[in-house]
Design a protein around this ligand. Structure first.
Ligand SMILES: Nc1ncnc2c1ncn2[C@@H]1O[C@H](COP(=O)(O)OP(=O)(O)OP(=O)(O)O)[C@@H](O)[C@H]1O
Ligand SMILES: [Mg+2]
Length: 628
């Protein structure tokens, strides 16, 4: 439920004009449709002012002269107004649609691009659900608000003005009486709209909490049942549900009170006109004809509509402000890890060159020979160092194993290496060059990474493997799968390589997902390989397959292997035992075993456990050679 807490931002009462000015910039490419929309809105308002007038003229003509040529002309004029109105309404709806769709498209694309650029640290503190809402709901909200707000501003503003002028022209004392009703209607509208905004926010918030609760209840149903927590879960849900009931009731009451109030005030205006106008009409001294009286009454009855509409739009603007802030702040966030200006300049200088095998995009050598960590320190949160004074120097072709207690910093070391994070102290060098002086894109394209819980994307097995190198042929995909021992199980799937792996690969087992992500990493032919716990949580047979595949993959590359099962890394060129962010022991398997220190203790402990398990399972006793 922490996601939900993160989602609901503060409710801002004041309109933040500077923010809206920045948001408006996204509408700049759509100046033409916006202009068309404003013109259409202006014409609609003008036509709407003429309708009551035309009605009045028609009535007066009919009363005075019966059916006449002028009456037909007026009827024709009325019909022409109707036609013009339909055309303009069509025009503004299509213009508004164009702007809304265009702005939404641009914003989504920009947000998506930004999300791809942002560093891991950004995602550490922001739940996925929150981010998804930014690029979907918030973006639609803003993009549809912009054109409709402008439309109502032009339409409502000119309609109010037009009606006021027309009424003053017909009979100014009566007009002043009707216009005096406008301020209270505006005030009531603003007051109630704000209240309703508040209660509908609460409804939305409770609703998302309930969605989360349903979600947790469904996904965690086994845990709930095994821990016998059904009653507690139900009580929590009932609390949310009764909160929802109250917020909904309040919202319903507010709208129930608002509408009659505005309507009564509007009717009061009409009543006053009828009374005063009727008196003038009756007294026969009159400046007013029956037609003008009816036109006037229509104006009075109509006037509250644009006022209400404008109040509603301003409330919409206020309610969308939080969304606008979130989207804008996402777009404004600069990725913490990016190429420095010097690197960008070098990239630009080499961008026109034809691609060459012996020069990387940043002008340096494309081969990696040596990588060195020099006195590297790192923290995720200031004051809580995860890595301190870490030194390491490795050469191409070596296999480096990282072992040690959980939380020691092994994954952090490889994340720093892949520049998902950057050292907060010290430097990492590639052939003597600090890696921040190399192009980020070049650096990361050299890595093949397989994580403990590999993420596949929905799509076929083939597409997932090809994700590693988009121009790979079907034969290359299959060759990669064969190399990592994945071909066997893939051919047994119902549609083979075309098998749909489902969302995040959930139609496959963890081991199968690891094999596919191994193939995906291999197909790109990276220089550096990172395997973070790639062989945990799979059965022995799959583990053997993976190890065999991994073994073939590692040849000729620089690789970093993090493994909890120490039997898997005996052949490594260098084993580092990491504890609390420091290297406590290092050497080959034989050296470390001979030292009889930390590694020896870990290894013997694990080996004994394995033997016990094997014995319990009735397997043959493992060979003594493994103990050496
Ligand atoms: N994204 C993060 N934000 C904040 N702290 C983190 C983050 N990732 C890891 N840590 C912390 O950094 C420390 C080292 O974590 P790391 O994942 O590198 O350990 P590890 O050796 O890989 O552990 P394991 O063997 O369990 O995978 C831990 O204390 C962990 O809580
Ligand atoms: Mg780890």
């Amino acid at each position: 439920m922490s996601d939900v807490a993160f989602q609901e931002d503060e409710y801002h009462r004041q309109l933040d004009l500077a923010l809206w000015r920045r948001v408006l910039r996204h509408a700049r490419p759509y100046r033409r449709p916006l202009l068309g929309l404003s013109v259409a809105a202006l014409v609609v308002a003008t036509v709407e002012v003429f309708f009551p007038l035309a009605t009045g003229w028609l009535i007066d003509e009919a009363v005075a002269n019966g059916v006449s040529g002028r009456l037909y002309a007026l009827a024709g004029f009325y019909f022409a107004l109707c036609l013009l109105l339909s055309v303009c309404i069509f025009a503004f709806i299509s213009f508004a649609g164009r702007v809304a769709t265009g702005v939404a498209f641009d914003l989504r694309e920009q947000a998506f691009t930004r999300l791809q650029q942002l560093s891991f640290a950004y995602f550490d503190v922001r739940p996925v659900g929150w981010l998804v809402t930014r690029v979907t709901a918030d973006v639609s909200k803003i993009s549809s608000l912009l054109p409709w707000f402008l439309l109502d501003l032009v339409w409502g503003g000119s309609l109010i003005l037009g009606i006021a002028v027309a009424m003053l022209w017909i009979n100014w004392p009566l007009a002043l009486i009707v216009l005096a009703i406008m301020p209270p209607i505006s005030l009531i509208s603003v007051f109630f709209q704000r209240r309703m905004l508040g209660s509908s926010r609460l409804i939305r918030k409770t609703n998302s909490q309930m969605t989360a609760a349903f979600n947790e209840a469904i996904t965690g149903v086994r845990t709930t049942k095994t821990l016998v927590r059904e009653d507690e879960a139900l009580r929590e849900f009932q609390g949310l549900s009764s909160g929802m009931f109250q917020h909904c009731m309040r919202n319903a009451l507010q709208s129930a009170a608002y509408l009659p109030m505005v309507m009564s005030l509007g009717s009061l205006g009409v009543g006053l006109v009828l009374w005063r106008g009727g008196v003038t009409l009756g007294s026969a001294e009159g400046s007013m004809t029956l037609g003008t009286l009816i036109a006037f009454m229509q104006f009075a009855a109509f006037l509250h509509m644009p006022v209400e509409e404008l109040a509603r739009r301003f409330t919409d603007l206020q309610s969308a402000q939080a969304a606008a802030e979130r989207v804008q702040s996402l777009l404004d966030t600069e990725p913490a890890i990016a190429d420095s200006p010097a690197v960008c300049a070098r990239l630009a200088a080499h961008s026109a060159d034809a691609p060459r095998d012996d020069v990387a995009i940043d002008g340096f050598s494309p081969r990696i020979e040596r990588i060195a960590f020099r006195d590297v320190g790192f923290w995720y949160k200031p004051g809580e160092p995860v890595l301190q004074h870490f030194d390491l120097e490795v050469r191409m072709g070596q296999t480096i194993a990282l072992v040690g207690a959980t939380g020691g910093g092994k994954s952090t070391i490889v994340s720093l290496l892949a520049r998902f994070y950057e050292p907060t102290e010290g430097r990492i060098e590639v052939d003597g060059v600090e890696y921040r002086e190399r192009a980020l894109e070049w650096w990361q394209s050299n890595f093949g990474i397989v994580l403990q819980s590999p993420v596949l994307f929905s799509g076929s097995v083939r597409e997932n493997i090809r994700y590693g190198r988009l121009d790979a042929t079907d034969e290359e995909v299959e060759a990669a799968a064969r190399l990592v021992n994945a071909h066997g199980f893939i051919s047994e799937l119902s549609e083979g390589y075309d098998f749909d792996v489902g969302e995040r690969g959930n139609r496959l087992s963890t081991g199968q997902r690891q094999l596919i992500s191994l193939a995906r990493a291999v197909i790109a032919d990276p220089q550096v390989f990172i395997l973070d716990e790639a062989t945990s949580s799979v059965d022995t047979e799959t583990e053997r397959l993976i190890q065999d595949g991994v073994h073939r993959v590692l040849e000729g590359r620089l690789s970093f292997v993090i493994a909890h099962r120490l039997s898997t890394i005996r052949a490594a060129d260098l084993i580092l035992v990491i504890d609390a962010g420091r290297v406590v022991e290092q050497g080959t398997h034989a050296e470390l075993m001979a030292r009889r220190g930390r590694y020896h203790a870990l290894y013997v402990g694990q080996f004994t456990r394995q033997r016990e398990q094997a014995w319990l399972a009735g397997d043959a006793t493992p060979s003594k050679a493994e103990l050496r």
